[in-house]
Design a protein around this ligand. Structure first.
Ligand code: NAD
Length: 412
C-alpha cells in the first residue's frame, strides 16, 4: 500500500523543483508543527471497555488557526492523518482564506458500533483533545464517516468542558446547533464550481458524461449537482459495488435505492461494475470521491476519461499524475477541487464568532467568488510554468504560506 504522506512529500518536492520556491519553505513543510496521539476508552454496550486510538495533526498555522476534518475509519493511522493535514494546509492557502491546516482521526470501523457507542467515542475524542482545540487554536470538521450529528456531540462536549458557547470550535454542525447553510453540499458544489469554471479550457460540453466513485457526502452531492446542471452521470459506486448506465443515472433515485436496500446491487436498468472498472470507464470526467490511492502506477495507463476531478483527498499517486499528464488527461487537483468544504467551514466559523446566520444564497455566492477566482489563478499559473494544475496549485499555496510566515516572523 502506498504511504499517503510519502506521496504528499513527493508532490511537495516536485512543486518546489519547478516553482522557484525557497529551500526554507520546502524544509518547513516537510514536518508538521505538532502531532497528538490519544487513547480513548469507551464503555461498550456489552459492559467491556475498549480503547480506541485517536489522532490530531496540527500541520501549519502560518495562515490562521489549524483546521481540518476528523476521519473515523478502520485503516486510519498517523501517516494518513499527517498526509491529510498537509493537504489541508495547502488547500486553505489555495483558497486564500485565513486558516491553517490540520486533520484528525480514529482507527475504528464506525459501522460496527451502536449509536450510543459512536456517541461515546465522539465525545471521548473531544474530551481527550479539548485542551489543544479552540476557535482561535484548532477547529475540526467532518470527514469520512463523521457526520453533523457527530460534530454536534463534540461541540457539546467541548462546551461542557470549557464553557465556550460560541460553537466555533467545530464546523459541519447541524443547522439547529450553529451549522451553516450550504455546508452539507459545499464540497460537491465546490467541485462543480471549479469544474464549470475550467470546462471550456479543456473543450468539454455542458452535458459531458461523468463517473463518480463513492457516494457519501462528497460523491453523492456532486453526482446530484452535476446531474442538475445537465451532465450525464453514467456511473456511481459505494465501497462494495458500482453501477453503470451509458444513458445516465438519476443520482437521487440511486441514493434512495441505497437507503432502502442498503446496497446498490440490483439497481434497475444499470449494469453492476466494480470500483476498479469504474475508474477505467470511457466517461468524459472521472471523479474519485472516496479514499486515497485509487489511481496509481498500476492502473493509470488504463484511465480513459478526458479529465479527472479529484473530489477525494489524495486519490492519485505522483507516478499516476505523470502518466495522465503524458496522456493529456487534465487532473484538477484535490486541494482546489474539494476546497468548497473547508471554505464553507470557514464561513461557519466566521458566522459563529460574529453571531450571524447567512442565507444559503449568500453562502453559495461567496463560495463561487472564491473558487472561480482561484481556479483561474491556478490555470494561469500552470500555463505560465508549463506544468500541471497540481504543481501550479502547490506553488501558489506555498508562496502564500511562506509570505504569511515571513509577515509574522520576518523569516522562518
Ligand atoms: P463519506 O463517509 O460521506 O463517504 C465516503 C464514500 O466512499 C461512501 O460512499 C463509501 O461507501 C465510499 N467508499 C469507501 N471506501 C471505498 C472504496 N474502497 N471504494 C469506493 N468507494 C468507497 O465521506 P466524504 O465526506 O464523502 O469524503 C469522501 C472523500 O472526500 C474523502 O477523501 C474526504 O477526505 C474527502 N473530502 C471530504 C470533505 C467533506 O466536506 N466531507 C471535504 C473535502 C474532501
Amino acid at each position: 500500500m502506498v504511504n499517503p504522506f510519502q506521496n504528499a512529500l513527493n508532490q511537495l518536492k516536485r512543486a518546489c523543483q519547478i516553482g522557484g520556491l525557497s529551500k526554507e519553505i520546502f524544509a518547513r513543510m516537510e514536518v508538521p508543527e505538532r502531532e497528538i496521539r490519544v487513547a480513548i476508552p469507551v464503555l461498550m454496550d456489552n459492559g467491556s471497555t475498549k480503547i480506541f486510538e485517536g489522532y490530531r495533526v496540527q500541520y501549519s498555522n502560518a495562515c490562521g488557526p489549524y483546521k481540518g476534518g476528523i476521519r473515523f475509519h478502520q485503516d486510519t493511522n498517523m501517516d494518513e492523518v499527517r498526509a491529510l493535514a498537509f493537504w489541508m494546509t495547502l488547500k486553505t492557502a489555495v483558497a486564500g482564506i485565513p486558516i491553517g491546516g490540520g486533520k484528525g482521526g480514529v482507527t475504528v470501523d464506525p459501522k460496527i458500533l451502536s449509536h450510543g457507542e459512536l456517541e461515546k467515542l465522539s465525545r471521548g475524542w473531544a474530551r481527550a483533545l479539548y485542551r489543544d482545540l479552540g476557535p482561535k487554536i484548532d477547529v475540526p470538521a467532518p470527514d469520512v464517516n463523521t457526520t453533523p450529528e457527530i460534530m454536534s456531540w463534540m461541540v457539546d462536549e467541548y462546551e461542557k468542558l470549557t464553557g465556550d458557547k460560541t460553537k466555533a470550535t467545530f464546523t459541519g454542525k447541524p443547522l439547529n446547533n450553529g451549522g451553516s447553510e450550504g455546508r452539507d453540499q459545499a464540497t460537491g458544489l465546490g467541485g462543480f464550481i471549479v469544474f464549470d469554471a475550467l470546462r471550456e479550457k479543456f473543450n468539454l460540453p455542458k452535458n459531458a458524461s461523468v463517473a463518480v466513485q463513492g457516494m457519501g457526502n462528497v460523491g453523492g452531492n456532486a453526482a446530484r449537482i452535476f446531474a442538475e446542471h445537465g451532465y450525464i452521470v453514467v456511473a456511481m459506486s459505494d465501497s462494495r459495488v458500482g453501477i453503470f448506465n451509458g444513458n445516465g443515472l438519476n443520482p437521487e433515485a440511486v441514493e434512495k435505492y441505497k437507503r432502502e436496500h442498503g446496497s446498490l446491487s440490483g439497481f434497475p436498468g444499470a449494469k453492476a461494475i466494480s470500483n476498479a472498472e469504474l475508474l477505467m470507464l470511457e466517461a468524459d470526467v472521472l471523479m474519485p470521491a472516496a479514499l486515497e490511492n485509487q489511481i496509481t502506477l498500476e492502473n493509470a495507463k488504463d484511465v480513459k476519461a478526458k479529465a479527472v476531478l479529484e473530489l477525494a483527498n489524495g486519490p492519485m499517486t505522483p507516478e499516476a499524475d505523470d502518466i495522465l499528464f503524458e496522456k493529456k488527461i487534465t487532473v484538477i487537483p484535490d486541494i482546489l477541487a474539494n476546497a468548497g468544504g473547508v471554505i464553507v467551514s470557514f464561513f461557519e466559523w466566521d458566522q459563529n464568532l460574529k453571531g450571524e446566520h447567512w442565507s444559503e444564497m449568500e453562502v453559495h455566492e461567496k463560495l463561487k467568488i472564491i473558487l472561480e477566482r482561484e481556479a483561474m489563478a491556478v490555470w494561469k499559473r500552470a500555463e505560465n510554468l508549463s506544468t500541471d494544475l497540481r504543481r501550479a496549485a502547490f506553488v501558489i499555496a506555498l508562496e502564500r504560506i511562506e509570505a504569511a510566515q515571513k509577515a509574522k516572523h520576518g523569516a522562518f
